[in-house]
Design a binder for this molecule. Sequence first.
Ligand code: IPE
Ligand code: IPE
Ligand code: MG
Length: 253
Amino acid sequence: MADPTPPSAAAAPLPPGGVPAHVAIVMDGNGRWARQRLLPRVAGHRAGMETLRRVVGWSIERGVRVLTVFAFSSENWSRPADEVSAILRLMVQALMDEVPRLDEAGVRLHVPGSRDGLPASLVDGIAQAEARTAGNDRLVLNVCFNYGGRWDIVQAAQALAARGEPITEASLAGALALAHVPDPDLVIRTGGEQRISNFLLWQIAYSELYFSDRLWPAFDAAEFDRALAAYAQRQRRFGRTPEQVQAAAARAA
Ligand code: IPE
Ligand code: IPE
Ligand code: MG
């Protein structure tokens, strides 16, 4: 059978993907960063907050439209009680300190996740922050807190069932906690582990993955740019052949 693609086209460099519209990050490595410095784990979480503030700025500068980060997982409740309560307090504090700045920078904040088990002060702080920034459109920042990918799929299915709606791929996607944004183009995990740990499950079906050995508090602009550069070199095929993707890109150019 004749190969429909000339050899020269097959050998051409893959079309660059550009800047990912939606970057999702598993912010891992706070505890190890603190331990290396003989500090309590919570000092790592505090330093990790500073990193997040910087990453928001870099994302805006680079033209990323949606940044989704994993701050506290459904499973993180099984950590020592003092670490869990320190993280909850840090989140309340962060909302108070950061929201005015985020609002000024044009960031729309969402906190996807279950409200079950969260203190009332945090539930209120989240509602106020989401309401205050709802009109912003420079960057959407999703801080996944008390979030799990399995929780998300189950709550979406339950919502559809309660409304008596048929379950289809589109209706389920529309009931997920991240229905207000397109799926992530790029998922970064810091801290050296190569796993998803119940972060977005449904939404990462076709995301590109980038694993960084940097511990989250030490994640810097150069490493962020390395992740974006790696993404730009990937060819996203969505089940098609490389030749089909190249032909479609040539037609679009
Ligand atoms: C990520 O850092 C933050 C949370 C999970 C809350 P870790 O606290 O998991 O840091 P390591 O993995 O122990 O270094
Ligand atoms: C994932 O990190 C959760 C967050 C970054 C919030 P973990 O440190 O909880 O993941 P595991 O336990 O190493 O898989
Ligand atoms: Mg960890």
